[in-house]
Design a protein. Structure first.
Length: 347
């Protein structure tokens, strides 16, 4: 047999054997993958079973396994109540579902008062659970109100958590108090006004109320301006450190909690072109409608929303509370805050 004949025979033999070898290789690979997946699934199932021996919710137990850490009791209470509410809605028991959602709201309120912390995953899961409840009965206004109120409470929890991460202002720098002369009674102190040309004007006469009000600044080193009365803003006004003589921190903690720090024109329309930027505002209340807010931080402020257009850009909420309408706009704004988003717009 010549070398060329042996070469041809070897090639024919190779062609016959290769398909079989490749087939066995594929079978072996598939079997190995199945074995690995089976072991992994069994291990995860065993872990979930262990967690379920202590909990009564498969969803919560699975979440613990995925996260690799136990959820706190109040978080488990929230997730289990949401799961129960979703089940009740599915069976047509909407009244009981509303009771379960109200329990979620109560637990969240208690967590906010106690300044309890939660990971971002918890806020996402809670919103997903509320969505699941609402999506089953999108035409039920009563159920929607309960769900929306729970969303707003969740936003309160997130803002309180932000407060735990934010240091108090340092005791340094300059501070002045916007007030009337000492001879004027407190209940007739005139407002600190600003109109269309506020950027080109200087603040009115300011009087230090006490030595305690001096030598303070915000955490970034900017000067603090203490307000005793609301400041009215005219149309086409821009309020920022430049227009305030480099004061970047508006301290309204001595104002009544029910008074707005800044008051735009009565119409509260975005078309009035009122812009507040690069400021920190602390204390009292603030209605968000009618003002464009850019690079603003609210600290311990009661925030209200009156259903008008909103323009929030890089706005942060620290230890704030929220009073939003339990409608679609209020719910979407509350969701954005709970998820840690800093920009939001609504026409």
């Amino acid at each position: 047999m010549t070398p060329s004949e042996r070469s041809r025979r070897w090639k024919r033999r190779k062609k016959k054997k290769n398909p079989v070898a490749r087939a066995w290789l594929r079978v072996g690979s598939v079997a190995l993958v199945i074995a690995v997946v089976g072991v992994t699934v069994w291990a995860i199932h065993d872990l979930i079973a262990q967690h379920m021996s202590r909990r009564n919710s498969f969803a919560s137990a699975a979440l613990e396994v995925i996260r690799g850490t136990d959820l706190s009791p109040w978080q488990l209470d929230v997730l289990n109540s949401l799961e129960t509410a979703a089940h009740e809605v599915g069976t047509g028991n909407v009244v009981q579902a509303e009771i379960d959602v109200d329990r979620v709201r109560s637990v969240l309120a208690d967590a906010q008062r106690r300044s309890q912390r939660a990971e971002p995953d918890f806020f996402q899961l809670t919103i997903a659970g509320l969505n699941r409840i609402w999506n089953q009965r999108p035409d039920d206004d009563g159920l929607f109100q309960h769900v929306a109120e729970a969303r707003i409470e969740l936003a309160d929890v997130r803002a309180a958590q932000n407060g735990n991460e934010t240091p108090e202002p340092a005791a340094q720098g300059d501070s002045i108090v916007a007030s009337a002369p000492a001879s004027v009674a407190p209940d007739v102190i005139p407002a600190f006004h600003g109109g269309a040309n506020a950027a080109n004007t200087t603040p009115p006469v300011l009087v230090n109320s006490s030595a305690k009000e001096t030598s303070r600044s915000d955490k970034s080193g900017g000067k603090k301006l203490s307000l005793l009365v609301p400041r009215e803003l005219g149309a086409n006004t821009t309020l920022n450190p430049e227009s305030l003589g480099q004061y970047s921190y508006l301290d309204a903690t001595r104002m009544t909690a029910l008074a707005d720090v800044l008051v735009p024109p009565t119409a509260r329309s975005i078309r009035d072109n009122v812009l507040v930027e690069d400021l920190t505002i602390a204390g009292a209340s603030q209605t968000l409608d009618g003002i464009r807010w850019h690079n603003v931080t609210f600290v311990g402020t009661r925030l209200l929303y009156a259903k008008g257009p909103l323009d929030l850009e890089n706005v942060h909420f620290v230890n704030c509370t929220f009073e939003f309408p339990p409608d679609d706009r209020g719910a979407r704004l509350a969701d954005a805050i709970a998820l840690g988003e800093t920009s939001f717009s609504s026409e």
